[in-house]
Design a protein around this ligand. Structure first.
Ligand code: AMP
Ligand code: ZN
Ligand code: ZN
Length: 403
């Protein structure tokens, strides 16, 4: 009997200690709401965003990387590398080295790990023994560097936001030994409505309110978890949104010799082009003469854009000026909202909110770059970061312990 009591005490001590040890391992849960412009929360009552800012931190804004498109920026957040360095240089591109095409609408390409450079944080985590889960984060459908998140899903827009919330909560409710400590998830709004109605339209307001209330639903469920006070939750996004109109379009086939172009990749307001043999200078000269767009030869872009050195950016990089659009032909409408512009354009700014045990409370930080999120998350999860373009020094003031 005495022996049995000792055995029970030993068991208790063993599990007590090991539980304490494992429980101390931090959690990061990060949600991206695509195309959430930095000032959208000023457009309506957003009690749940406000609550997060009060319980934690909010950046004045998050600065995206150029080009301010969805795939380049989500994968920049994941790797801490600029698009030129991780290789997802646009939502669609041609790789002259392998003579292959990548596009977000091509399932085979999206799931092909050989397109993706750098080390996304779920790979950093898995390689260092931290379980990760991704519900639609860009890149997580591919095996990269021999690894995948332990839990991941094939992109399927028809899965409701409510189902995504429940899945994330279910992951966090798994037994400790199989529970992910890094969770990434994704909503395709307000990007979709921003394109359709415009970021300054009346129609965007209920979308912002709905996203705020979904955040509230998630926070309520999070609070009920036994590990709720251990979770660091971040809400961020890939880029903002600018108002555009078909009245302010540059139409390529009316202005340049399209037959000089061998490859043209991208869509409003960004294009990368490869000229036919012997035509680079002529094409560049023609494009340089067009008002409301900028054109650079590869390798000559301003350093602050960190773009144009990767062979996938081709010979010429074209970008429309703020609020202007560029399309190949007259029949292409640009809708009411667009992004992809210079990352210094204020309309491209986006959001960063976070709360949890590592974050300061009720703290508004100045802006930082989205390449800094990778070193921040590695620091929180105590992971050795891979080589990246971010700088932890820029974000350490968000944390209670700044080391
Ligand atoms: P864009 O606004 O053109 O930069 O692209 C945004 C679109 O990317 C959204 O409407 C999403 O539907 C789409 N998207 C996001 N993640 C994925 C994914 N993993 N696979 C395919 N499409 C995606
Ligand atoms: Zn986007
Ligand atoms: Zn978009």
């Amino acid at each position: 009997m005495k022996k049995f009591a000792l055995f029970l005490i030993a068991i208790h001590l063993f599990y007590g200690c090991s539980k304490r040890q494992t429980d101390q391992k931090p959690y990061v849960v990060m949600l991206s709401m695509d195309g959430f412009r930095w000032d959208y929360t000023d457009k309506t009552y957003t009690p749940n965003f406000d609550k997060i800012a009060k319980m934690g931190v909010k950046a004045e804004y998050l600065k995206p990387s150029f080009p301010t498109k969805t795939f380049p920026n989500h994968y920049t957040i994941a790797t801490g590398l600029y698009p030129d360095h991780h290789g997802i240089v646009l939502n669609s591109f041609y790789d002259p080295e392998t003579e292959r095409y990548y596009s977000i609408s091509d399932r085979e390409a999206v799931e092909d790990g050989s397109f993706y450079g750098g080390e996304p944080f779920w790979v950093t985590a898995e390689k260092q023994g931290v379980i990760s889960g991704s519900f639609f984060w860009v890149g997580s459908e591919a095996e990269i560097d021999g690894a995948r998140p332990t839990y991941w899903k094939k992109y399927d827009n028809s899965i409701t936001y409510g189902q995504r919330i429940d899945s994330v909560i279910a992951w966090l409710s798994k037994p400790e030994e199989v529970r992910p400590h890094l969770i990434l998830w994704y909503f395709d709004e307000p990007d979709h409505s921003g394109h359709e109605f415009g970021p300054d339209s009346e129609e965007i307001i209920p979308i912002i309110a709905r996203l705020d209330s979904l955040l509230g639903v998630f926070l309520d469920k999070l609070e009920k978890l036994p590990i709720s006070d251990q979770i660091n939750f971040i809400v961020t996004s890939d880029h903002g949104m600018a108002s555009v109109s078909d009245d302010r379009r540059v139409i390529f086939d009316e202005l340049i010799n399209m037959e000089w172009i061998e490859e043209i990749q991208g869509y409003n307001p960004n294009f990368n082009m490869k000229a036919k043999e012997g035509y680079v200078d002529s094409l560049f000269a023609q494009l340089s003469g067009i008002e409301h767009i900028k054109v650079w030869e590869a390798g000559t872009l301003p350093e602050r854009l960190h773009y144009g050195m990767n062979p996938r950016t081709l010979d010429l990089v074209v970008m429309a000026d703020s609020s202007w659009s560029v399309v190949i032909s007259e029949d292409k409408s640009v809708g009411n909202g667009a992004h992809g512009y210079d990352n210094a354009n204020p309309d491209m700014r986006t959001i960063f909110y976070g709360f949890g045990p590592v974050f300061k409370k009720n703290f508004i930080s100045s802006h930082f770059d989205n390449v800094d999120i990778y070193p921040l998350i590695c620091n929180i999860l105590q992971l050795e970061p891979a080589i990246n373009d971010g700088n932890f020094e820029n974000v350490k003031n968000l944390l209670l312990t700044e080391d």
